[in-house]
Design a protein around this ligand. Structure first.
Ligand code: NAD
Ligand code: UGA
Length: 467
């Protein structure tokens, strides 16, 4: 079987970029990305490529190249399902906010809705691909819904988790470390379905990088990969606190351990805490799964990664308060960056949100500048926490279009995201427009301490102790 038409349900950070790359690399396949969110689809179809709902380096060029040819964005979900040979489910799988497993388990209601819609609409056999990150054994539930509610149509369920990181999504998709495809390896039909998806990826991914496994291994590998990555960040962040107490420099420690080929150098940058839509959600999900099997020690082990991350964010804001003479009430503090990492407009679980909330609780005025995040999003992020009303948030937190305006007359500046442009600013000019002593809190370790101190800043870098 050769795929002629793909439908992807969910036009988000994964669905959009992933399908754009499939469309670019497989010109003979028609790819339709559907979503129930009309505004999002309109933004994907916007002629002005600056208005695409997802900012990723290189994405706009690809969309420009293939949109309208073999890449389409639409809200006509049923039509796209019916036409497709292969359907990717790429909807959100947030942490449950109600009922059993609240605050831990993955909320699978959007996945189930997709399965039911596919079952209702499909008139011919389909391969259904889990692209969303899901708890191990979700494929079983999807299969049960499809088999019991559809009219004699045959479905094969594959798990094909996505490993792209935001900010480098296009590069990650064009040149992945590996592609993982899990399926029912016990049947001929299952094996055939796996091969059909392998053929799609073989258009640009070398065969040896395409792994095929049992479906359960594939589902669990995704959660495991995120847990290991987040664990490295929490491990180095734990060391950053020891460095600050002992006079060591965490960047030197990272370099020293990273040169050990068994450890490797990636994901060893100490920071104000990891953010992003997935690390916390996926670890909480893993903890929930472990607990549900009675594996309490396993659950506690992974939960510690989250506890450490919360601690890192809190201790960053605590340090700002204690350094500014134990009070920030009525003081203005500028935030450079709101996104959870550079080169993305995504703010989900960004450390900046928690740090801002803590400082607002201390009655500080916060002035935010981020090159890609929209003002509305920043207020939405704070509103979601529910600590205070929107009016109060607007009174105490202001968003600036110009970084120099944000930093003017401040008592302190906090770097929350590692955007490259921050390093290029005229720091002399910034210093002269600040209140003195001028404090700089570098939550990403991107500035040069000596240079900043020479200008006159009182400089704090995460993980750098006094020598
Ligand atoms: P997202 O919130 O950006 O996008 C999900 C989209 O699905 C939304 O636009 C929503 O409107 C749509 N949707 C929900 N239910 C729908 C339905 N029934 N029909 C049609 N559309 C529907 O989410 P995302 O960041 O793209 O993540 C999607 C999945 O991929 C999650 O499981 C996530 O864990 C996983 N993932 C995300 C990343 C990442 O970098 N963001 C990376 C790897 C894996
Ligand atoms: C992460 C994984 O890297 C992807 O493989 C995965 O597909 C994705 O989650 C997902 O499942 O959603 P992402 O969250 O986009 O990707 O970005 P990362 O580069 O992993 O960064 C996550 C957070 O960790 C960011 O806040 C980043 O600043 C922080 N981080 C990362 C550090 O603090 N230090 C590091 O050394 C690396």
């Amino acid at each position: 079987m050769q795929i002629k038409s793909i439908c992807c349900i969910g036009a988000g950070y994964v669905g959009g970029p992933t399908m754009a790359v499939i469309a670019k690399k497989c010109p003979e396949i028609q790819v339709t990305v559907v979503d129930i969110n009309q505004t999002r689809i309109d933004a994907w179809n916007d002629n002005n490529l600056n208005n695409l709902p997802v900012f990723e380096p290189g994405l706009a060029d690809i969309v420009n190249e293939v949109r309208g040819k073999n890449l389409h964005f639409s809200i006509e979900v049923d039509k796209a399902i019916e036409k497709a040979d292969m359907i990717f489910i790429s909807v959100n799988t947030p942490t449950k906010t109600y009922g059993k497993g609240k605050g831990m388990a993955a909320d699978l209601k959007y996945i189930e809705l997709c399965a039911r819609q596919i079952a209702k609409v499909a008139k011919s056999d389909k391969i259904v691909v889990e692209k969303s990150t899901l708890p191990v054994r979700t494929a079983e539930a999807i299969k049960s819904i499809l088999d019991n509610t559809s009219n004699g149509v045959e479905f094969q369920i594959l798990s094909n988790p996505e490993f792209l990181a935001e900010g480098t999504a296009i590069q990650d998709l064009l040149n992945p470390d590996r592609v993982l495809i899990g399926g029912d390896t016990s049947t001929i039909e299952g094996k055939q379905a796996i091969e059909v998806l392998v053929e799609v990826y073989k258009n640009w991914v070398p065969k040896e990088k395409i792994l095929t496994t049992k479906v359960w291994s594939s589902e669990l590998s995704k959660l495991t990969a995120n847990a290991f990555l987040a664990q490295r960040v929490s491990s180095i962040n734990a060391m950053s606190e020891i460095c600050e107490k002992t006079g060591a420099d965490v960047q030197e420690v990272s370099k020293a351990i990273g040169m050990d080929s068994r450890i490797g150098s990636k994901f060893l940058n100490a920071s104000v805490g990891f953010g992003g839509s997935c690390f916390q959600k996926d670890i909480l999900n893993l903890v929930y799964i472990a607990k549900s099997y009675g594996l309490n020690e396993v659950a506690d082990y992974w939960e510690q990664v989250i506890i450490m991350n919360e601690h890192q964010k809190d201790r960053f804001s605590d340090n700002i308060v204690s350094t500014l003479y134990n009070t920030v009430s009525g003081k203005k503090i500028a935030f450079l960056g709101w996104a959870f990492k550079k080169n993305t407009n995504d703010t989900r679980e960004s450390a900046a949100i928690k740090v801002a909330d803590n400082l607002l609780n201390e009655q500080a005025f916060v002035a935010v500048y981020d090159p890609k995040v929209k003002t509305k999003q920043i207020y939405q992020d704070l509103d979601y926490l529910g600590s205070r009303s929107l009016e109060e948030n607007k009174k105490y937190l202001e968003v600036f279009e110009n970084p120099y305006d944000a930093m003017k007359d401040t008592h302190g500046i906090a770097i929350l995201t590692e955007w490259d442009e921050f390093k290029e600013y005229d720091w002399e000019k910034i210093y002269h427009k600040m209140k003195k002593p001028a404090f700089l809190f570098d939550g990403r370790g991107i500035m040069n301490k000596k240079k900043m101190e020479k200008i006159g800043f009182v400089y704090y870098k995460i993980g750098l102790g006094d020598s």
